[in-house]
Design a protein around this ligand. Structure first.
Ligand SMILES: CC(C)Oc1ccc(CN(CCC(N)=O)C(=O)c2cnn(Cc3ccccc3)c2-c2ccc3sccc3c2)cc1
Length: 257
């Protein structure tokens, strides 16, 4: 069983990228969602502190945001897959909570130049005041941009999101604003945190984990999944291009019956 699984798993990981990948600009996925996983393992493999993995991970966020924008991706959702913060040492949590300010401090001018709109999905209430200020400033400053939507999943859980949606819908029924027979996909979707976004066409997850980890479970119902053993800090534009190239080959098959 194990060797069968590993064969299946290896079929999911990318062949060596030879850099000669052709992308069809007309068939770029509109919404790409990435579960960025592997910072800690990368640091451990290199005998570095976990924080070094996050620092490298941030550089990759920059590269992939740029590449997605260049390729004409409309929405890029980034989910920093992380075990609950309380499991982390305080030094690491403090570092993580400073990362958004550092990232935005450096990147916001460039994001403005590139007409990128910063959007959040999830709950901000776990963020310290100083982080919240930086994040809200970025959302506010970029709110009128019309280019790539850079959607950060913060403290996000899909089942929580769906329970909240069902509560809101039940409340509307209770208030007589809605009949149970009115409830359909559209009504559910309009109560999710992604109400204003199209579903992801492509979901990428790094570091070899083949799990959804309670991420956008409703929204990825029809998405192409691309899993790679590459750890997030080692992920680069070529891997991103490879994922999109494979998506295009699959999407063509899907389209062509
Ligand atoms: C609008 C955006 C700029 O601001 C925010 C963004 C995220 C958060 C939430 N956040 C940090 C707090 C927490 N939950 O631990 C994480 O999700 C988290 C957990 N690991 N890593 C390191 C990591 C870095 C790179 C790749 C994966 C993980 C991150 C992290 C922290 C800051 C940034 S900035 C771009 C990505 C990113 C990722 C809060 C505000």
């Amino acid at each position: 069983m194990l060797e069968k699984f590993s064969k299946w798993k290896s079929s999911l990981t990318p062949t060596k990228t030879d850099g000669k990948l052709e992308l069809d600009p007309a068939a770029v996925p509109r919404h790409v969602a990435i579960i960025m996983d592997g910072n800690g393992r990368w640091a451990k493999q290199k005998g570095l502190p976990r924080i070094a993995g996050h620092r490298e991970g941030m550089k990759v966020v920059n590269k992939i945001v740029r590449r997605a924008n260049e390729l004409g991706v409309e929405v890029l959702t980034l989910y920093a897959f992380s075990t609950e913060n309380w499991k982390r040492p305080k030094t690491e949590v403090d570092y993580l909570m400073k990362l958004p300010e550092r990232f935005l401090g450096m990147e916001l001018p460039k994001l403005m130049e590139e007409n990128v709109k910063v959007r959040l999905m999830g709950s901000l209430d776990h963020l310290p005041e100083h982080t919240l200020r930086a994040v809200n400033k970025a959302v506010h400053e970029t709110k009128d941009n019309t280019g790539l939507i850079l959607n950060f999943a913060l403290n996000y859980g899909s089942r929580f999101e769906m329970v909240e949606a069902m509560k809101e819908i039940a409340l509307k029924v209770e208030k007589g604003e809605l009949k149970p027979s009115d409830i359909d996909d559209k009504v559910i979707e309009s109560n999710l945190m992604t109400a204003d976004l199209k579903d992801p066409d492509l979901l990428i997850r790094t570091s070899g984990e083949i799990r959804l980890s309670n991420f956008m479970l409703w929204q990825v119902a029809y998405s192409e999944f691309w899993f790679t053993d590459v750890l997030w800090p080692d992920f680069n534009e070529e891997h991103f291009t490879e994922a999109i190239s494979i998506y295009q080959k699959r999407a063509r098959r899907f389209g062509g019956v």
